[in-house]
Design a protein around this ligand. Structure first.
Ligand code: PGA
Length: 302
């Protein structure tokens, strides 16, 4: 098989985006140039790598094999690059970090503070939900992850670094804000804005209510914390979000935390990475920074 690194890089981009057009844009190439690289790769492999069903593009079985190969090679190239960088003793490199959406407020504060001391580090931050983040870890597409409790059967090094309390929120003037110890059963009559399937917040909330035999009905689904926060503020219903995501809204008296029996749901945030992962110097430094400064960052607002 006579394939080139460039062909694999182009292939990986098309496979990741599942679009020749988007791959071409990201690689600053024309679309015919991308198609040509893929055609040559398919000729060397001797099998088609993509199939188009209707308007959607899919990987063939051979395509999935080549995708695995391209990910392995990309990860090895990156690791070698970082080892060489460390050998040269340069202060810089790229910090690839992925965080679940509830953590991104914290992550941005932490990155801002860290980057003041390490201005040469390039940051590549992905914000996604729990399902998306696990996929990035599986594909070895991130150095560090900040997330809720990692699955027990994954080969990860993970340490908790901060509590993540989930609270029930309402508009500041909502009648329930005047009540104390609201019984859980009363929530059954309320409309809730809930996160999408795949969200760690959503599964924690579902598990919490299931254990107590409470059925939340009349819910609306939204796929970001920000949409839920704005939706609650606009009076669409109640929400359950991480306390860390609503500091500003609480200060400005736009939202209030309800005093509900058995709340908050106490979760933790973890700092995680694959166990065999060779962390770059940039990633090691940021990991240490979070371990040492997390609480202080939250308390002082950065
Ligand atoms: P998510 O993040 O709801 O965006 O998935 C929360 C978590 O898993 O802690």
């Amino acid at each position: 098989m006579n394939i080139t690194l460039r062909q694999l890089q182009v292939f990986e981009k098309v496979a990741r985006r599942m679009s020749f057009t988007r791959a071409a844009e990201e690689l600053y190439l024309t679309q015919p140039a991308v198609s040509m690289q893929i055609k040559q790769l398919e000729e060397s492999v001797g099998l088609p790598l993509f199939e188009r069903l209707g308007k959607r593009l899919f990987l063939t079985e051979a395509g999935r094999e080549i995708y695995r190969l391209s990910r392995t090679i990309a990860a090895q190239l990156e690791e070698t690059g970082q080892t060489l960088e460390a050998l040269k003793g340069t202060e810089g490199g790229t910090l690839t970090i992925s965080v679940v959406s509830t953590v991104h407020y914290f992550a941005i504060r932490a990155l801002a503070s860290h980057c003041r001391k390490h201005p040469k580090v390039r940051i590549d931050l992905r914000v996604t939900n729990r399902r998306g983040l696990l996929q990035l870890l599986e594909e070895n597409a991130t150095d560090l992850a900040l997330m809720g409790k990692p699955p027990a059967d994954w080969d990860l090094i993970a340490e908790p670094f901060m509590d993540n309390p989930l609270v029930v929120i309402a508009p500041h003037a909502h009648p329930l804000t005047r009540r104390r110890r609201i019984p859980l059963a009363e929530l059954e009559n309320q409309t809730f804005l809930i996160r999408e399937e795949g969200s760690g917040t959503r599964s924690a909330v579902e598990a919490f209510f299931n254990r107590r035999g409470i059925a939340i009905t009349g819910s609306m689904e939204m796929n970001t914390n920000t949409a839920i926060i704005h939706g609650v503020e606009a009076g669409l219903g109640l929400g359950i979000v991480s306390l860390h995501t609503i500091q500003r809204e609480l200060q400005d008296k736009r939202l209030a935390v309800l005093d509900v029996e058995s709340f908050p749901i106490v979760r933790k945030w973890y700092l995680a990475h694959r166990s065999g992962k060779k962390l770059s110097r940039a990633a090691q430094a940021f990991k240490q920074f979070v371990q040492q400064n997390a609480w202080q960052l939250m308390e002082t607002g950065g």
